[in-house]
Design a binder for this molecule. Structure first.
Ligand code: PAZ
Length: 310
């Protein structure tokens, strides 16, 4: 039944025109991988759902993309090839420390020359090293970055990547950190043009429908042999672990990483079968700038190795 919902979603929301280009890039990237290299799909950022077909207004899911970008970087460093499916203009691996207005990168020189702007001294080395790292990863075919904006693009690309990775069987890992909308307005119910305000309208009522649960599809059909790790974000700590466990039992994948909006950068819980393991950054970690993604990715790599040994 749920699978039928997913099929219907793809019929009602046709593939974006960019899909064949994404498919070619993904297949080429996978073909270029040496036999002993694992491949991870890292999803990052939040999906956007339009309120109108000619979109003026939309509903967005919260995520800066910091978790995904940092994790992609640590997976590359651990020797994985990374397909990074990220929300357009959200954070990118290796250059994520330079997000924000690009004008912040420059300072005015003290001389009178007409070309008197240059990269700030304090950033020059870091910027150059970051760009080198990014370039190297691309040259070594270790990083493929695929941007999406809309929920429909995200889901079509996820399906395409999963189909491409199927041939790698258990060498594939799915690390689903993106914040994906649970609700959307189906295309047939969506207003063609900008929803009008005006005389006599004192409220706007919208009916949104649940997005089919694609995680089930991924686990059962698209990537049955891969290691699948999903994230669960909540704002109420009283329901976090319960919701993470429910997801694990419902979809029957290997790991849910649970986090709260306010503490997500220093605490996460690993929910596996019936056990819960909390991971907190220590005072030392915080002082030394150690990121929680460093530990999360190390645990995931370990789990992937263990799974492939059994
Ligand atoms: O991108 P970010 O670092 O701001 O936030 C990361 C996160 C909270 C979106 C991620 O850790 C997460 O929980 N993703 C799943 C969200 C969900 O439950 O749909």
């Amino acid at each position: 039944m749920e699978n039928e919902d997913a099929m219907r979603f793809f019929i009602e929301n046709p593939a974006p025109p960019t899909l064949s280009d994404v498919e070619n890039k993904v297949n080429k990237f996978i073909d270029l991988q040496p036999e002993n290299r694992n491949v991870v799909l890292v999803t990052s950022g939040g999906t956007l759902v339009p309120m109108e077909k000619n979109m003026v207004r939309y509903i967005d899911n919260f995520s800066a993309g910091s978790r995904g970008a940092a994790s992609a970087e640590y997976f590359c460093k651990a020797g994985y090839a990374v397909i990074f499916l990220y929300r357009n203009f959200s954070m990118m691996p290796f250059v994520r420390h330079f997000e924000g207005p690009w004008t912040n990168l420059f300072a005015k020189k003290d001389d009178e020359s007409p070309l008197s702007w240059e990269i700030k001294d304090s950033l020059r080395n870091m910027l150059s090293n970051s760009l080198e790292d990014l370039e190297l990863m691309k040259e070594q075919n270790q990083l493929l970055c695929l941007p999406y904006t809309m929920l429909t693009e995200y889901l079509w690309y996820l399906k395409t990547v999963a189909e491409g990775l199927k041939c790698l069987r258990s060498r594939a890992l799915f690390y689903l950190a993106a914040a994906v909308s649970d609700f959307h307005i189906p295309a047939q119910d969506m207003s063609e043009h900008k929803i009008q305000s005006g005389a006599g309208k004192d409220k706007l009522e919208l009916t949104m429908r649940p997005v089919p649960k694609f995680l089930r599809y991924l686990v059962d059909s698209w990537a049955p042999e891969a290691l699948i790790i999903s994230f669960k974000l909540e704002t109420d700590e009283n329901i976090l672990i319960h919701k993470a466990r429910a997801a694990l039992h419902r979809y029957n994948h290997q790991l849910v990483i649970a986090n709260l909006l306010t503490t997500r950068k220093r605490s996460v819980a690993f929910v596996i079968h019936d056990s819960v393991m909390w991971l907190h950054l220590s005072e030392d970690d915080l002082r030394n700038g150690v990121e929680i993604e460093y530990y999360i990715v190390s645990q995931c790599v370990k789990l992937h190795k263990e799974k492939n040994l059994t």
